[in-house]
Design a protein around this ligand. Structure first.
Ligand code: MG
Ligand code: ZN
Length: 217
């Protein structure tokens, strides 16, 4: 059997599990996000700030994907969300069966929104559905401003792009207009938020969108 066919079969199995996850979350009235980025763009910090701001409005459960360590899960728990850590021990993306297993450790009756923080990687996470309702790609001003052009698939399959570390814009050679132009050329429907998790700039608009999304808007 050619290798391509095997890879397609594995992805088809993954998609079936992802559909089961999506159905069971939807039946419980839970919405789910798959948050992706390269390493260091600020996924965990964005989640911390979001959880703190939405306390009392939304109950968020988090699945933290990392190659090693539980450091990020500890940060998210401290911010006030129930968290399960997945360590992939070398694997560069999360797969739906990992989410299915992690969900058995979360009190689903308590949560409105499930946030899955994927492994820091702009390539293969784009190919693996996890049962989410929406995919979020986070980029930051300390990365190159050619990310959408270099990793188009990630921007094509995402519904939302968050540009983080806006406070550092005066100090870096980052052409924000170019990034937005490239991203929208790939995906004209992409919703864009510009934020600084450090200063709080833009987080109100992001949180408003998240509340509306969670309530099914
Ligand atoms: Mg993280
Ligand atoms: Zn991978």
């Amino acid at each position: 059997m050619p290798k391509v066919t095997i890879a397609q079969n594995i992805l088809a199995v993954n998609e079936n599990i992802a559909q089961d996850i999506h159905q069971s979350l939807t039946a419980r009235g839970i919405r789910a996000l798959n948050v992706m980025s390269s390493p260091g763009a600020g996924k965990t910090t964005l989640l911390e700030r979001t959880i703190e701001r939405l306390r009392g409005q939304l109950t968020i459960g988090v699945i933290e994907g990392d190659v090693e360590t539980s450091a990020d899960a500890e940060r998210i728990e401290a911010a006030g969300a129930e968290t399960v850590q997945i360590n992939t021990r070398g694997a560069c993306h999360l797969e739906a069966h990992m989410i299915r297993d992690a969900l058995t450790q979360i009190e689903l009756a308590d949560i409105d929104l499930l946030v899955i923080e994927n492994i820091g990687n702009l390539v293969c996470p784009a190919a693996w559905e996890l049962g989410e309702d929406a995919r979020i790609v986070v980029v930051s001003t300390t990365e190159g401003d050619d990310k959408p052009a270099k990793y188009p698939q990630m921007f094509a399959i995402s519904q939302v792009m968050v540009v983080n570390k806006l406070d550092l814009l005066p100090y870096v050679d980052y052409d924000l207009h170019k990034v937005k132009r490239q991203a929208l050329a790939i995906n004209p429907n992409l919703r864009i938020f510009e934020v600084s998790c450090r200063t709080g700039e833009g987080l109100d608009a992001w949180c408003d969108w998240l509340i509306a999304f969670t309530r099914g808007a």
